[in-house]
Ligand binder design. Structure first.
Ligand code: ZN
Length: 100
């Protein structure tokens, strides 16, 4: 069973923990990079809303998407983000499973 459902982001070093089933938690660099990426995609598609607020138009390459999310609490392990972007710090009790 899942004792602790958590991971550490290797970019911002936040450790985040999902404490119950629908507790979707993200690290601090996740939202910023996601919004920059969304704006970059809009600009690429010719939609120029919001560029005065976030200077994403400076990017010629796609902004690097960083950050992670965890979800599932003690029921399941769900991860948002590439595996190389985080270190899983979950605690799983395998002793509770059937004997083999
Ligand atoms: Zn992060």
């Amino acid at each position: 069973m899942i004792i602790r459902n958590s991971a550490r982001c290797l970019n911002c070093n936040d450790e985040i923990e999902s404490k119950h089933r629908h507790d979707f938690v993200v690290c601090s660099c996740f939202e910023e990079s996601q919004s920059l990426y969304a704006i970059w995609q809009d600009e690429k598609a010719g939609i120029y809303g919001g560029v005065d607020k976030i200077p994403a138009y400076r990017y010629k390459e796609a902004p690097v998407v960083t950050g992670i999310g965890v979800d599932g609490g003690h029921e399941y392990l769900r991860r948002i983000g590439k595996p190389e972007l985080f270190h899983d710090t979950s605690v799983i009790d395998r002793g509770a499973q059937s004997d083999e």
